[in-house]
Design a protein around this ligand. Structure first.
Ligand code: GLU
Ligand code: ZN
Length: 299
């Protein structure tokens, strides 16, 4: 391993909406290896901004499982539920630049637009306070990202996404805002996560620019799907990981990431597997794919 470089900082940022499944383990492991192989710091952040979707104990279950997997993080866990003032401050900063507006479009109207908001409320007189979402005015330009795994990725925010929500009508801070505020605050330099978040990255980049933040480097790994091509997720009944099978999960995750673990590593204790994987990590071997199907026992 190279000398410790404190300036490389990565993170795993699970939403505690249920137990970890194989899909979330992949993101945790790959990010961990990519940072540890370069002697950087790896932080943990609980994205717990939506209490109605967070079963009691889920956040702790995630921590226990990461410990069983020997994916040790640095420093205290950051809980987004403790960071509401910081998100409000960022919203205020954007509003001062005239980059936000309230939107009281109904759910039905937004659903009928099919995912791309038409900026309907941008130039309307502001609705009475309360009961409105806050949207960000996206610039009329193409954003290009150079992803370390997926290569160049481009999006024209006005055509492909439209003005997006920063704070929901019910007051919850949107993921897109919270994630950039915290990545900046935690000094994150390297983000590695699932391909399902690639299309969020241009929004995050645009917010970083508007807020004067520094810009991390991005890498998006393929997402594990079930045999129907659906992303493993709680909605699609991905099996929760069991605490007694850490070695099997780590081995299968290394196979998925095409790190070519030797067969002898399959039964090794997690600490040994992780040590091997840090020493042999090669991001170039990760397939440049959006999805890869996996079979039971994971889906
Ligand atoms: N909390 C997000 C999720 O679980 C991940 C956020 C991120 O890595 O940017 O999907
Ligand atoms: Zn609206």
């Amino acid at each position: 391993m190279t000398a410790a470089s404190d300036h490389i900082i990565g993170r795993f940022a699970p939403s505690p909406s249920g137990a970890l499944h194989f899909g979330s383990l992949l993101a945790a492991l790959a990010s961990f290896l990519d940072i540890r192989a370069r002697g950087g710091q790896w932080l943990l952040r609980m994205e717990d901004l939506d209490p109605a979707r967070e079963p009691a104990g889920a956040a702790d279950q995630i921590l226990f499982l990461l410990e069983d997997l020997c994916l040790t993080w640095d420093g205290p866990v950051l809980y987004q539920s403790q960071r509401l003032d910081a998100y409000e401050a960022a919203l205020t900063a954007l509003t001062k630049q005239d980059l936000t507006y309230p939107c009281d479009c109904s759910r039905q109207r937004i659903r009928a637009l099919g995912g791309i908001y038409d900026n309907h409320c941008r130039d309307r007189p502001a609705p009475p306070p309360g009961n409105s979402a806050i949207r960000f005015k996206v610039p009329d330009q193409t954003v290009v990202i150079e992803d370390r795994i997926q290569g160049p990725y481009r999006q024209h925010l006005q055509h492909d996404c439209g003005d997006f929500v920063l704070r929901r009508r019910d007051g919850l801070i949107a993921y897109q805002l919270a994630v950039v505020v915290d990545d900046q605050w935690q000094g994150v330099t390297d983000i590695l996560r699932g391909h399902d978040l690639l299309d969020s990255t241009p929004r995050q980049l645009t917010l970083q620019r508007a807020l004067g933040y520094s810009q991390p480097v991005y890498a998006h790994i393929p997402v594990a799907t079930n045999h129907r091509g659906q992303k493993l997720s709680k909605q699609h009944f991905a099996r929760p990981l069991r605490r007694d099978s850490a070695s099997e999960y780590l081995y299968q995750a290394l196979v998925f990431l095409r790190q070519r673990p030797p067969a002898s590593l399959r039964q090794a204790p997690p600490a040994e597997q992780v040590t091997w994987a840090i020493a042999h990590w090669d991001i170039q071997h990760v397939p440049k794919l959006a999805t890869i199907p996996v079979t039971s026992p994971f889906s």
